[in-house]
Design a protein around this ligand. Structure first.
Ligand code: G3P
Length: 214
């Protein structure tokens, strides 16, 4: 299972969490990675943890101001990027452009989507993975795998129907090893989570709990 920890703009210490993710990754067969804010990517990547960007823009080098260039996050040490997170939504053409920009920079891609229909559309753009996250469950602590298992199962089917090389992750409210096991049982290949680690009093303990059953 892939466990991708998105730090959003939470007031956590990105290096403390990066170090904990790196250390826990070494204790398990699961694959762990962290997605800090763009400004923290370089320092986080220097810890040796697998580092992802939270977003890249559908642009190339050139006349663009206030954008995030895929090549720059790759140079800073990111190996992958989220695209179209629920809190950073893009138009369809821009999702396509961001996936192409990430490919150009050799970044792995996870296209986020709210529901199975959008998962099918995201999978058609050829990312490495898609992630289904019902927005109403994000940050609630109520796991999507428990609150709405059908949306996860339907997302897996929707992605398979389009391209069975595209992996499916699920997210929203995931915070325990039990939630990760449930996501596995529903047919996903990983989880995308944030508050369960970024807002935890003890991020290391939260990470240990997440991977305990794996
Ligand atoms: O990117 C992960 C995310 O949107 C889910 O957030 O806090 O419910 O784990 P959370």
């Amino acid at each position: 299972m892939f466990v991708l920890v998105n730090l959003k703009t939470y007031p956590c210490d990105p290096l403390e969490i990066a170090t904990a993710v790196r250390d826990v990754d070494e204790t398990t067969d699961a694959r762990l990675a962290v997605a800090p804010q763009a400004i923290h990517i370089e320092r986080v990547a220097e810890t040796g943890v697998e580092t992802w960007a939270q977003h890249v823009d559908p642009i190339e080098h050139g006349s663009n101001t206030g954008h995030t260039l895929a090549e720059s996050v790759a140079d800073a040490g990111a190996v992958g990027t989220l695209v179209n997170h629920s809190e950073r939504r893009l138009k369809l053409a821009d999702i396509d452009g961001a996936v192409r920009a990430a490919e150009r920079a050799d970044l792995e891609t996870v296209v986020c989507a709210n529901n199975p229909e959008q998962i099918g559309a995201g999978a058609a753009l050829g990312p490495d993975a898609v992630a289904v996250e019902p927005p109403e469950l994000i940050g609630t602590g109520t796991p999507v795998s428990q609150a709405d298992p059908g949306v996860v199962e339907n997302a897996v089917v929707a992605a398979e129907n389009v391209d069975d090389d595209v992996s499916v992750l699920c997210g929203a409210g995931i915070s325990t090893g039990e939630d990760v096991t449930a996501a596995d049982d529903l047919g996903t290949e990983g989880v995308l989570l944030a508050s369960g680690v970024a807002k935890a009093d003890n991020p290391r303990a939260a990470l240990d709990d997440l991977v305990e059953p794996l």
